[in-house]
Each structure stands twice: as C-alpha cells, then as structure tokens.
Design a protein around this ligand. Structure first.
Ligand code: PMP
Length: 418
C-alpha cells in the first residue's frame, strides 16, 4: 500500500525507497528492517550532540508531565524564561532580547520583519534587503525572497520580493563583494538590512569565505547604519568550530537567527536575538508599534525545556573539546581524498568536496545516484548536486566516521570510472 505522506524535497514519481526509522542513538539510525545507518549529516544539520541525548530526553519527559503548551502572547512559563536568561548569558552581551519561533525559516522571517519594523517605528522609509548571491535562508516566502533564485523557487517567483544581491566573495575577488555592498548601503533611501550566512553558505553548496570578509561586511553595515542579520541556523552551536560562526570574525550582529542545534536537534524551536536598540524602537505605549508576529506554538514549553537542557550540556560537558577532536578527525580522514576530488574544503566540523560531474547542477542525476549509493551502504549522506559533504553529530565514533569516508572513497572511484 502506498503511503499518503508527501515528503519534502522528494520526487515521489521516481519511487525511491524511503527507509522507515524506528529508533536512534548517537550518530546511528535503526531501521524497521534491522539496518544500522550512520547519520553523517546530522538529520539535516540539526543533531549536534547525537540522537536521543539522555539529558535532553529526560528534560522533555519531565516537562511533558507539567505543561505542554501555552499561549505566549501576554503569558509566560519557566522553561522560556530560563532559556532566554541562559541564552543571553551565553550569546554576545549586545544581544539582549530573545524572540521565539519554531523553525529556521521563521527565525529569518522574524529578523526581516524586525528590521523593517525598527525603521518604520522610527519614521524612516527603509525596506530594501541586501543578500549574498547563492544564499539559503529557508523556504517560506520571505526566506525564499532573500535566498538564491533557481529551480527550487521558479514557480513561486511572482510571490517573492526584490532584493539587492552582492556577489559571493570568491577568493581573490572579495573587493567586488565589498564594493557592491558599499554601493547598495549608500543608496537613498538606505537599505534596512544585510542578511548573511556567516563564513559558509550551506544549502548553496557549502561555499566557505574568509573571516576578514565577514568582518568587513559588518564594518560597512555599521558605517552606513544598515542592520546586520546573521543567519546562524546552520552554523550555530559549534558547526564551524566555535559556538557561532560570527566568532571567526569577532563580530556581533544586530539580529541573530538560531534554530536546529538550539534543542540539540531534538524538537523544533528557533530564536531571533535582537539588540536593545531594535527592541527599543518597538517599545511604546502605542499598541500600533508593537512587533506584530506570532505563531500558535511560539516558545512551546517542551521545546524550550529541551533547549534549556541543551544549554546545560554546553556548560557542563566538554562540548568544544569534542568538537575540536571531530575537526581533527575530519581533517585526517578527508586528506587522502584531496587529490581525487575538486575543492576539498573544511570549516570546523563540516567537510565538503565536488565529485566530477559534467552537468554540475543540483538537478544533475549524480546527486540522487550518490544518495542511493550511500543509502545502500547504510550511510546517510545527501549530496547537494555533485557536492558531497559530511556534517556529523559530535558524538560520532571514530569507526563510524572512518566508514563514512571509506564509502565516499568508493563513490569517488565509481564516478571516476564511469
Ligand atoms: N537558514 C539556513 C542558513 C539554513 O541552513 C536553513 C535550513 N537548512 C534555514 C535557514 C531554514 O531552516 P528550517 O528548515 O528550520 O526552516
């Protein structure tokens, strides 16, 4: 019997197998047919410490006994209050306010709306958003509008708003990016904000740029009074080596989007952190100046409890040491592949490379073929076109990580001999 489930980013017409997972632990997924699958992409980049971390699961269970859900407009609960306090203590001090939502995309929508609301409340006519070429910020209308245009959103193009696009800062061509940014920032009326994925574009092909570029973009925005939005939905929570990718350039954004690893990857939750200045522009006795955004599950107590437990893990366990070790293991295991692929690169726990492919686009047949190849070998990898990347949970064992690279090596040989 066919399933009524309609899966995301899945062409059901191809009838590819959809494995049924029954339980998971660490970096391992167990399927109904008894397979042990290595989750080498942290289940779409969310699982940081590993699946079913005992402390997070215990926090979820305990909270589920007390309070399941609460309207968050005008009411509050302890997990949200604790989480907001713990987050502001852990994140850069300039980010004093925490607005909750439930996915990476909505945290981006919130940031964009806050930027426009900020200027509207100050009586300034500023609405344009500057974006970086090739970025991904989610699949909602706002997220798609500030993200790269392509086959993913062609059909919905009439719904998307116009943005100013600066070129990706390729090595040696960074000056062009800076010049374009300066030009857009100097426009009249001034743009409202720049939104970027700090240090690495994720879904746009795991493209890494230099910390100096991030720093310079921040400086230019500061100079022109354009708000700087850091979308750390993928890069946050240790992915690039430190807690935030912004740490590479020692910068603090005006608005910071976090999700995925916020709950250790266990439940959907997101936050948009804002400066006191952005909060203050909405602060008034005039109700028409409030921040007009809500969703039913804003700050769901169980998800907040999971996030509180995640932050405790960051405080109490040697997470950064674990990450440092994973970074070195990734470097060692990927080194022998360097001569067999193009552009092998690494930032923190993320390693990416291109396998030879004549068409080179996301829609090329190679991506799905590779995915099937890996799946048949019980490794969960989901290449972006011909870009294969590894982004494992931090608790992956040495043997399992070695197996991931052995399977990639096998795939490289197969593609080379086609
Ligand atoms: N921004 C970035 C940088 C992302 O990588 C993603 C998800 N891959 C999103 C936003 C959207 O997050 P979500 O899928 O949770 O809506």
């Amino acid at each position: 019997m066919t399933s009524p489930v309609w899966h995301p980013f899945t062409q059901h017409g191809l009838n590819e197998p959809v494995p049924l997972v029954t339980h998971a632990g660490g970096a391992i997924l167990h399927t109904a047919d008894g397979r042990r699958v290595i989750d080498a992409i942290s289940s779409w980049w969310v699982t940081t410490h590993g699946h079913c971390h005992p402390a997070i699961m215990a926090a979820i269970r305990a909270q589920a006994e007390k309070l399941d859900q609460l309207i968050f407009a005008g009411w509050t609960h302890e997990p949200a209050e604790t989480l907001a306090r713990d987050l502001t203590a852990m994140m850069p001090p300039a980010l004093t306010k925490v607005f909750f939502s439930d996915s990476g995309s909505t945290s981006v929508e919130v940031a964009l709306k806050m930027a426009l609301g900020h200027f509207a409340n100050r009586g300034e006519d500023r609405s344009r958003i500057i974006v970086m070429e090739g970025s991904y910020h989610g699949d909602t209308i706002g997220g798609m509008s500030v993200g790269a245009r392509g086959v993913f959103n062609k059909s919905y193009a009439p719904l998307l708003f116009d943005v100013d696009v600066i070129p990706f800062p390729e090595r040696g061509k960074e000056a062009q990016t800076m010049a374009a940014l300066e030009q857009y920032c100097a426009q009249s009326p001034r743009p409202a904000a720049l939104i970027v994925e700090p240090m690495i574009l994720g879904a746009g092909g795991m493209r890494i740029y230099l910390p100096g570029v991030l720093r310079a973009m921040r400086d230019i925005c500061q100079y022109f009074g354009v708000l700087f939005i850091a979308d750390e939905v993928m890069t946050g929570w240790g992915r690039t080596g430190g807690l935030l990718a912004c740490d590479w350039a020692q910068i603090v954004p005006d608005l910071l989007c976090l999700s995925k690893g916020l709950t250790g990857g266990s439940l959907p939750l997101a936050v948009t952190l804002a400066t006191e200045e952005i909060f203050a522009s909405h602060l008034s006795e005039d109700r028409s100046r409030m921040f007009f955004h809500s969703s039913s599950y804003t700050a769901n107590p169980i998800a907040c409890a999971a996030a509180v437990a995640n932050l405790a893990i960051w405080r109490d366990e040697p997470v950064l040491e674990r990450i440092d070790r994973l970074v070195l293991r990734q470097t060692d295991l990927s080194a022998p592949l360097r001569s067999k692929v193009s552009n092998l690169r690494q930032i923190g726990t993320i390693v990416a490379m291109e396998l030879e492919d004549r068409t080179g686009s996301y829609m090329s047949a190679l991506g799905p073929q590779l995915m099937a190849f890996f799946r048949e070998r019980d490794v969960l990898l989901r290449p972006l076109g011909n870009t294969v990347y590894v982004m494992p949970p931090y608790s992956i064992t040495d043997d399992d990580l070695a197996r991931v690279y052995a399977v990639i090596d096998e795939a490289i040989a197969l593609v080379a001999n086609r």
